[in-house]
Design a protein around this ligand. Structure first.
Ligand SMILES: Cc1cc2nc3c(=O)[nH]c(=O)nc-3n(C[C@H](O)[C@H](O)[C@H](O)COP(=O)(O)OP(=O)(O)OC[C@H]3O[C@@H](n4cnc5c(N)ncnc54)[C@H](O)[C@@H]3O)c2cc1C
Length: 449
């Protein structure tokens, strides 16, 4: 193995995980609890573990029950369960007294940090994976058992290092999406950066604010701005009549069960399409009833008091934004009248969602060896391994970007415990018997010349 500039080795692992959010944290736990030890190193571009930090709004709740944590559904006796966390924090009784399956997002973040503290020797933070590539080979037809992963470390002035991996698990998460043609600036934000920017802006200057979108994040940001800026007018711009409710009934929740992934993966394209059609309202562009009711009540209270400052601009889309000096002009196209209108705001937050993880951005040279289906999407086996052609023998796994093969829970937390276990099993089963299994760590990047 070598560092990119020098041609020298810096580390070789059975497993290299890219990104260290809940998905790869759950994998790290599954590997830790596996009977056969393997060497693993994880690279995370943030400087510490951070789970959607900029959307940890006060009181925002999880949309998944606490038992769908990093480990319980795979191993109910795991020391990394949410119940173990509550016990360690001496809050178990009071958590149960709440009679609510859903922790706040802030508490869940604290749980993730608590679990992560057992793995700091395996994670390099401030390290962004740039690309995978084939190692140099004398015989191009010879089987490839390791791939190279190039990683840029912020702490080393952006120096690039390389590690070798028998298996790579790409878990780099969702990608924030802005409407086409709209760029972020000091008054145009995406919800994924919300709290970080709100914390440093001049709140007194925010007299008219707009939030674009109809999903959970949009509704939460509207509620937060309305409550935090008592003097401001808040405009919610939506393509529909208000917000649609997230289907959260017991039958619908079965679509997130581990067994539903077998149905989806093994199903025909017609079955897959039907599952999406019937059940996308469990998660996509929908909002929890508690937030919907809160917002409606606030707007109603405004009417009663005669001080109307929360306005829902329904059936509308933002088609442009323009910096006009000390404010921003927003162009809104009404679907009802087919007319455009312009108004000025001091802030516009685009809660316009995320694109699925796109592993192709990292696959580099290796992309050519990854099979695609007739729609051009990657073929992903049931064990989350990309189908690859010879001479590639190593495993390329993905956690995310599998909506077309594994269904609705692909980017969610519902299945991270079980999925991490399935990937760990698959990796271990495919390892050669003689592999040395001493624990590897971020020393992978510290042994550079
Ligand atoms: C505001 C919000 C709330 C949500 N709430 C829920 C919920 O309640 N329940 C639920 O089931 N789902 C929820 N989701 C869905 C979300 O996808 C999952 O909660 C979860 O984050 C998925 O974990 P992950 O590890 O796959 O991705 P992420 O949590 O996004 O982690 C990916 C990590 O990879 C890192 N990374 C990215 N690129 C690189 C690179 N090139 N090199 C190194 N590191 C990289 C990122 O910094 C990040 O830390 C929510 C999403 C959002 C946006």
């Amino acid at each position: 193995m070598r560092s990119s500039e020098s041609g020298r080795c810096s580390g070789s692992y059975d497993v290299v995980g890219l990104g260290f959010g809940p998905a790869n944290l759950a994998l790290a736990i599954a590997l830790e609890e596996h009977q056969r030890p393997v060497t693993a190193a994880f690279f995370e571009r943030q400087t510490t573990l951070g789970w959607h930090r900029d959307m940890l709004l006060p009181s925002a709740k999880m949309q998944v029950a606490f038992m769908k944590d990093l480990a319980t559904f795979r191993n109910p006796t795991s020391r990394f369960s949410f119940v173990s966390y509550l016990h360690a924090k001496e809050r178990l009784a009071r958590f149960v007294n709440r009679q609510d399956f859903f922790p706040t997002r802030r508490e869940f973040h604290d749980y993730l940090q608590w679990a992560e503290s057992a793995f700091t020797d395996r994670v390099t933070y401030g390290a962004e994976a740039i690309a995978l590539r084939l190692p140099p080979r004398a015989d191009p037809a010879a089987p490839v058992d390791h791939v190279y992963v190039d990683v840029r470390e912020a702490g080393s002035g952006g120096a690039v290092s390389t590690v070798a991996a028998r298996n790579v698990v790409i878990s780099t998460g969702l990608v924030p999406r802005m409407p086409v043609g709209i760029e972020r600036d000091q008054r145009v934000w995406h919800s994924s950066e919300f709290l970080g920017r709100f914390g440093t802006c001049d709140r007194a200057a925010l007299r008219r604010v707009a939030v674009v979108g109809a999903g959970q994040s949009a509704a939460e940001v509207v509620r937060f701005l309305y409550d935090t800026l008592p003097g401001a007018a808040v405009y919610a711009i939506l393509p529909s009549y208000g917000y649609s409710i997230a289907e959260n009934t017991p039958f619908a929740n079965e679509v997130f069960d581990a067994s539903a992934i077998d149905d989806f993966h093994g199903g025909s394209q017609r079955a897959k399409d039907a599952i999406w059609r019937y059940h996308r309202n469990t998660n996509y562009s929908v909002v929890d009833d508690e937030v919907i009711n809160d917002l409606y009540q606030r707007a109603y209270d405004d009417e009663v008091s005669g001080n109307r400052r929360l306005e829902f601009i329904n059936l509308s889309r933002v088609t442009g934004v323009k910096d006009i000096g000390d404010s921003t002009q927003v162009t809104v196209h009404s679907l009802a009248s087919d007319q455009a209108a312009e108004f000025t705001v001091d802030l516009v937050v685009f809660a316009t969602g995320y694109d699925a993880m796109a592993p192709g951005d990292l696959l580099g040279d290796l992309d050519a060896y990854c099979a695609r289906d007739q729609d051009g999407s990657y073929v992903v086996e049931r064990d989350y391994r990309l189908a690859t052609s010879t001479p590639l023998n190593c495993g390329l796994y993905v956690q995310g970007g599998t909506e077309h093969t594994h269904g609705l829970s692909s980017s969610l937390l519902s299945n991270v415990a079980v999925r991490g276990g399935e990937i760990a099993d698959s990796i271990v089963e495919r390892l050669p018997r003689e592999t040395d299994s001493t624990s590897g760590g971020p020393a992978a990047l510290s042994s550079r010349p």
